[in-house]
Design a binder for this molecule. Structure first.
Ligand SMILES: [Fe+2]
Ligand SMILES: [Fe+2]
Length: 193
């Protein structure tokens, strides 16, 4: 197979015939795993969006917020797929972990679940970045992760932390209802909190 082996030392790094266009095989695997994680997140948010949209729950704002998040995670998976294609890597069969919850006691619990999911994903992206630097010696991949993923993760986590803070200081019921209306009107975007 026409793939670069993991570059482990400086001597190999300086080999004139090493094709730096291709992604090292172990980094291809890390990216493939990241696609699976983004698709998992997309499904988790789809379940959250569906739950809050039911007429027995009637939190259209939370539903919209999580449906938007679901689409965003799908876009992240596609971004990784595009990047792999641009660098000549083959995307393998997806192996996506299924969501395990379809019900949340309230909006706050769902926001807290989303926050812990985003934190986990952010940590994984940092691990891939470390491996891109130390195992694959791939500055282009590092730049791609920094520009397209790390920045976005910080904004996402910041937004969720702020939403959890806001909702934690409200008495649920009326407070959750008012935040729901704001989420529906789109007036609590990442820059407005
Ligand atoms: Fe994502
Ligand atoms: Fe995300």
């Amino acid at each position: 197979m026409l793939l670069v082996k993991c570059v482990t030392n400086d001597a190999e790094m300086l080999r004139p015939n090493l094709d730096r266009y291709l992604i090292a095989e172990n980094c291809i695997n890390h990216l493939q795993n990241q696609i699976n994680r983004e698709l998992h997140a997309s499904l988790v948010y789809l379940n959250m969006g569906s739950y809050f949209g039911q007429n027995l729950v009637a939190r259209k704002g939370f539903s919209k917020f999580f449906h938007d998040a679901s689409k965003e995670e799908g876009d992240h998976a596609r971004k990784l797929i595009d990047y792999m294609s641009r660098r000549g890597a083959k995307v393998s069969t997806f192996d996506v972990e299924m969501p395990t919850k379809d019900t949340w006691p309230d909006g706050k619990t769902a926001l807290e679940d989303a926050l812990s999911l985003e934190t986990k994903i952010n940590n994984e992206i940092h691990k891939i970045h470390y491996k891109a630097e130390h195992e694959c010696k791939d500055p282009h991949l590092m730049d791609f992760l920094e520009t397209e993923f790390m920045e976005e993760q910080i904004d996402s986590i910041n937004q969720l932390k702020r939403l959890v803070s806001i909702i934690s200081k409200m008495d649920s019921g009326m407070g959750e209802y008012l935040l729901d209306r704001q989420l529906l009107s789109g007036s609590v975007g990442k820059d407005e909190l």
